[in-house]
Write a protein that binds this ligand. Structure first.
Ligand code: GTP
Ligand code: MG
Length: 91
């Protein structure tokens, strides 16, 4: 699970690079669940624009991923994201 501060535009490139490095280092082909967090704040990137900013379509080896809009401080979107991860771990 990767939690991204959706207001922190300056760091999307750094996040993208870290994600690719981590996946390249790992032999695991687990689902990556990305939380586009802080969706309650002004000047946020939307989940679909975050997909583009993180170049999720081009992850190494066609790695499976999902993105969820979240507001961690209110719990919004968290249930869905965690249910998805649990279902994946039971497969
Ligand atoms: N409004 C809002 N605040 C949040 C949300 N999720 C976390 N926070 C708050 O964000 C703060 C932490 O911000 P982060 O960006 O995680 O951490 P940071 O201190 O900025 O550290 P770095 O970004 O790693 O440098 C805490 O005060 C949290 O309560 C959210 O969905 N909405
Ligand atoms: Mg921050």
């Amino acid at each position: 699970m990767l939690v991204v501060d959706s207001t922190d535009h300056e760091r999307f490139t750094e996040v993208q690079e870290e994600l690719v490095t981590t996946l390249n280092d790992s032999h695991l082909r687990v689902l990556v669940v990305i939380l586009a967090n802080k969706q309650d704040l002004l000047d946020v990137i939307s989940p679909s624009n975050l997909c583009d900013a993180l170049q999720l379509q081009d992850l190494p080896k066609g790695h499976p991923w999902q993105i969820h809009a979240t507001i961690a401080t209110k719990g919004d979107g968290m249930q869905e994201a965690i249910v998805t991860l649990r279902m994946q771990s039971l497969r």
